[in-house]
Design a protein around this ligand. Structure first.
Ligand code: MN3
Length: 202
């Protein structure tokens, strides 16, 4: 059973005034994300040991295995993008009450949380991802990863919210202004409802 590019939960022009142009969706979703799906399906087809496994299983079994780097990179990038598209919403930017209370308990304030989450992406050298996770100890934590690495691989915690800091995520709309792209995400489009749902289902 082949992996598929998931349907987006909104139209590609829904963020036209919110910092994510239809052209960005055309490239980021239609070309980059799709290419990872096509590549992983090709790799799985050629290797019976990989067949019948979920993305999470493929990520865990290929992590830090030199002979499975392409499997890890493509499986990781599919899952990371699946989570990223869920992490934005045209009606985003508002933090619901239960998540807000947890943020204040674990970071001190919403402002402190946003500053930490922003700095994670600003300081990620090169390509990667910034994450809000729930640690096995039950605390919210901000973390960052390089390239295709995900907390699913490292076991650092459950993913609540993520944004992409690969240049392909922001170069069409923000050029080299990564900090502005991140502020736009945090203040206008971050799907904090999705993060809260992930928190409550943990
Ligand atoms: Mn991307």
């Amino acid at each position: 059973m082949a992996f598929e590019l998931p349907k987006l939960p909104y139209s590609t022009d829904a963020f036209a005034n919110l910092g994510v142009s239809p052209e960005t969706f055309e490239y980021h979703y239609g070309k980059h994300h799709n290419a990872y799906v096509v590549a992983l399906n090709g790799l799985v087809e050629k290797n019976p040991d990989l067949q019948g496994k979920s993305l999470e299983e493929l990520i865990k079994l290929s992590y830090n295995k030199p002979e499975l780097v392409p499997v890890f990179n493509n499986a990781g990038q599919i899952l990371n993008h699946n989570q990223f598209w869920e992490s934005i919403s045209p009606t985003g930017g508002k933090i619901p009450a239960k998540l807000e209370a947890k943020i204040i308990a674990d970071f001190g304030s919403v402002e402190a949380f946003k500053e930490q989450f922003k700095q994670a992406g600003v300081t990620q050298f090169g390509s990667g991802w910034a994450w809000l996770i729930l640690t096995p100890e039950g605390k919210l934590k901000v973390t960052k990863t390089a390239n295709a690495v995900t907390p699913v691989a490292t076991g650092e915690g459950k993913v609540l919210l993520v944004y992409d800091v690969w240049e392909h995520a922001y170069y069409i709309d923000f050029r080299n202004r990564r900090p502005d792209y991140i502020s736009n995400f945090l203040d206008k489009i971050a799907n904090y409802e999705y993060a809260e749902a992930n928190l409550l289902s943990a």
